[in-house]
Design a protein around this ligand. Structure first.
Ligand SMILES: Cc1cc2nc3c(=O)[nH]c(=O)nc-3n(C[C@H](O)[C@H](O)[C@H](O)COP(=O)(O)OP(=O)(O)OC[C@H]3O[C@@H](n4cnc5c(N)ncnc54)[C@H](O)[C@@H]3O)c2cc1C
Length: 730
């Protein structure tokens, strides 16, 4: 990454983050206080590592698996609905425990890609139902599968509907109002019950296989459970919640556990299945005071690598084994554990069926000899793998950025988000193998649009490269062949080599679109900004093309189900074609405001919005006073907009201002001259994409005429770099 780029970002962050000390103080105190603690989470977060283990070992007969993406706004709004139902079946106060296990998987995490692929996840959220064990034994699920015990829940968009669906499915009569009386009585009313005593905070009374459940739930930082079973009392199960979420007495709450607790039963399984590149195993004893003191250090490092909110997921799996438990004796012996805590490092599979001895000549497993504090442990890791992890690393690093919506200068950072949104969209398309015979044309169309009008020069260049090679990489006949699976994998592999916005695109660095809470803004915000910035760059003659390109793209490739459906409905309600760029830009603006208006209510009632970025009818008066003709502005429908002013404002905001701070080494033209601002702003492809884009567009499809085909066949004989050369001015 160019130094210049990061200096720029740093400057921007500082500039934007510190307009006044008061502002930043307010922001901090808002974050700290407010108290708006998230509601309880009942659904169990699964991932590629624990999926089989949890589903194999749960006592529930059925499972519901919700495939979602953390960036998907509709999934966020759906979560309270799903949790309302999960409350009935999961957790210590479950009304009906042991019947249905409600789970979820974040398909936006790379480690879960294969798993989501296995279930042909085509949109978010997507809910599956089936016997629990079937989820493990199945080789996968496909839309047109003749017979499968796993099925899609096609009518579960609200909590009520989901419960109804379940009731229809298994002939039950669950209701959202069901309350658990029995369990409460068990837990609260019988303090002298022998089943309840001596259940220390986190002890496996029933060792295997529940132990797997236990560690997995711990890993996911969901709820900590103690499960005590009585062999005498007719296997009545007492569930007790102990975790930090429980509130318990006196706030504070126990710190979260991130390291995965292993034992003889799950040791090999977890280490064999983890997608992590490395693993650390800490051997400790629960009675050892030094181990207890070391735990916060170990957890501080584990926070970076383990769990759904890991800052660096998939790199290192951090685990621990309690050698004081009898069941682990052999395991600890195998590793010649001579003192506590004792830490080992290796690739996860190397731990499987292996052991360690002090004087072993050669071993893949190493003792970590300098990890007595969190800092030292992380230093040791950094040295080992040449990384530069820091204990303060955060998943989102810019949370202190102000959300000053009336500052027009903020949009100047959004060009990086537009790049990131473009790259993310392309990634999702490939990951989900969404290029099919029926969607191919709409992708080509969208690529044509961004080749000509993307505000980022490197995205125009990158998309042109994709477009030029598209027919070769993704021939239409390949997609309609019988070997569809093979074909789509090949396409994915081939297109992977192309980086649609170059290799220096920031990832996970949403600047303008950064939410104050994780997962609230990001990608979908970036996508809107991309569409608006395209809408102000097109020519009149391209307005209908841009409209269909954007509508079809969202319809086919925006996997947020609710979003794409609503948006497409609004597209479909347009009756006459657009002739003017102004009309299309204003249509997009008012469509976005319709979405804002709808979400305003939804987010307020479900509390799923970002508190610092509530939905508003946009642009607010502070941002564009002249856009408002009158004073009354309750909801977009009642605002008397001055549409000429709105259009003028859109052009300036998403045109010049958007790219005003965009400077990048990658923008230097090949002759060494710097790309001018006009290059980035101009709304005509005559300047921005002189011959290159026109050729690229023609090249992408022979439907553009025999001339293009002839030209293309000529070019095919030339070297690839020659083709690129012809695009260098794009
Ligand atoms: C096509 C599409 C459809 C969607 N449908 C849904 C849905 O059905 N349900 C759901 O929960 N979420 C939906 N979303 C997501 C949702 O609209 C937001 O993107 C998301 O909640 C993040 O909100 P945000 O605060 O970042 O602002 P966004 O709404 O993402 O807006 C991004 C930025 O654009 C600017 N802006 C806001 N309004 C306008 C406007 N009218 N014209 C021009 N610029 C504007 C503002 O500066 C704002 O910060 C959809 C997203 C897209 C791209």
């Amino acid at each position: 990454m160019s130094l210049l780029y990061w200096i720029l970002i740093l400057n921007l962050s500082i500039l934007q983050a510190s307009p006044s000390p008061v502002a930043s103080r307010t922001l901090l105190s808002d974050n700290d206080g407010g108290g708006s603690s998230d509601p309880k989470v009942y659904a169990v977060e699964l991932n590629a590592t624990n999926f089989d283990g949890v589903l194999n070992n749960t006592s529930a007969t059925y499972a519901i698996v919700e495939f979602y993406a953390h960036w998907c706004p509709a999934c966020r709004n759906y979560k309270p609905h799903y949790e309302k139902v999960a409350r009935l079946f999961n957790g210590p106060e479950a009304v009906n425990p042991g019947i249905i296990l409600m789970t979820r998987i974040d398909c936006a995490l790379k480690i879960n890609t294969k798993l989501c692929d296995k279930f042909s996840v085509s949109h978010y959220p997507m809910l599956f139902w089936g016997p629990t064990k079937e989820f493990v034994s199945t080789t996968g699920w496909e839309p047109n599968q003749a017979k499968s015990e796993i099925c899609i829940i096609d009518n579960g968009r609200t909590a009520e509907r989901l419960v109804n669906w379940i009731n229809n499915q298994i002939g039950s009569s669950y209701s959202l109002d069901d309350e658990n009386i029995e369990n409460k009585q068990l837990i609260q009313a019988k303090p002298s019950d022998p089943e309840q005593i001596a259940v220390p905070d986190y002890v496996l009374v029933k060792p295997s296989p529940t132990s797997v459940d236990m560690s997995i739930i711990l890993e996911n930082k969901m709820i900590k459970w103690a499960r005590a079973t009585s062999s005498q009392a007719g296997s009545r199960t007492v569930l007790r919640e102990i975790g930090s979420d429980s509130g318990g007495g006196g706030g504070g709450g126990e710190p979260k556990d991130f390291a995965v607790e292993l034992n003889t039963t799950n040791f090999d399984g977890v280490l064999k299945d983890t997608p992590a590149t490395y693993a650390i195993v800490e051997f400790f004893a629960n009675w050892c005071p030094a181990c207890r003191n070391y735990k916060p250090h170990y957890e501080k490092v584990a926070r970076l690598f383990n769990g759904p909110d890991a800052v660096h997921p998939g790199n290192i799996l951090m685990t621990r084994v309690d050698c004081a438990l009898k069941i682990n004796n052999k395991l600890c012996d195998k590793f010649s554990v001579s003192h506590y805590p004792m830490l080992f490092w290796s690739q996860p599979v190397k731990f499987v069926n292996a052991g360690w001895e002090p004087n072993q000549a050669k071993s893949d497993i190493r003792v970590i000899d300098d990890g007595r504090t969190a800092e030292r442990l992380l230093n040791w890791i950094n040295k080992q793998i040449g990384s530069s992890y820091g204990l303060d690393d955060q998943k989102f690093e810019n949370e202190q950025l102000p959300s000053n919506i009336s500052d027009p200068g903020q949009i100047a950072r959004a060009v990086y988000d537009v790049e990131e949104a473009t790259a993310t969209a392309f990634d999702i398309i490939l990951e989900h193998k969404m290029i099919k015979s029926e969607t191919r044309a709409s992708l080509v169309k969208f690529l044509q649009l961004i080749v000509a009008h993307h505000p980022s020069r490197r995205c125009r260049k990158g998309s042109a490269e994709v477009l030029v090679n598209f027919d070769d990489l993704c021939p239409p006949d390949m997609l309609s062949s019988d070997t569809h699976e093979v074909a789509t994998s090949n396409v994915k592999g081939a297109l992977r080599n192309f980086q649609i916005c170059g290799k220096e695109v920031p990832r996970g660095y949403w600047m303008f679109c950064r939410g104050s809470k994780n997962e609230t803004r990001g990608f979908s915000c970036g996508l809107w900004v991309l569409m608006h910035s395209l809408s102000v760059r097109i020519e009149d003659g391209e307005s209908q093309f841009a409209f269909t390109a954007i509508c079809d793209f969202i319809h086919n490739f925006f996997v947020c189900e609710e979003c794409r459906q609503h948006f497409y409905k609004m597209c479909s309600s347009v009756t006459s074609p657009f002739n003017k760029a102004r009309d299309f830009a204003l249509w997009l603006w008012s469509t976005h405001n319709n979405v804002n208006e709808r979400l305003q209510k939804e987010e307020a009632s479900l509390q799923t919005g970002d508190p610092k970025f509530p939905k508003i009818i946009w642009p607010p008066r502070q941002l564009c006073p002249s856009c408002y003709r009158s004073q009354k502005d309750k909801g977009s429908s009642q605002i008397d907009w001055n549409q000429d002013e709105v259009y003028k404002f859109l052009i300036s905001y998403y045109g010049k201002t958007l790219v005003s701070l965009y400077k990048e080494k990658g923008l230097l033209a090949d002759d060494g001259t710097s790309a001018t601002l006009d290059d980035l702003v101009t709304s005509t492809n005559a300047v921005v994409v002189p011959v290159g884009a026109a050729l690229a567009i023609a090249l992408a499809s022979c439907a553009f005429g025999a001339l293009a085909c002839y030209w293309r066949s000529q070019q095919k004989n030339r070297k690839y770099y020659h083709q690129l050369h012809s695009l260098k001015n794009i």
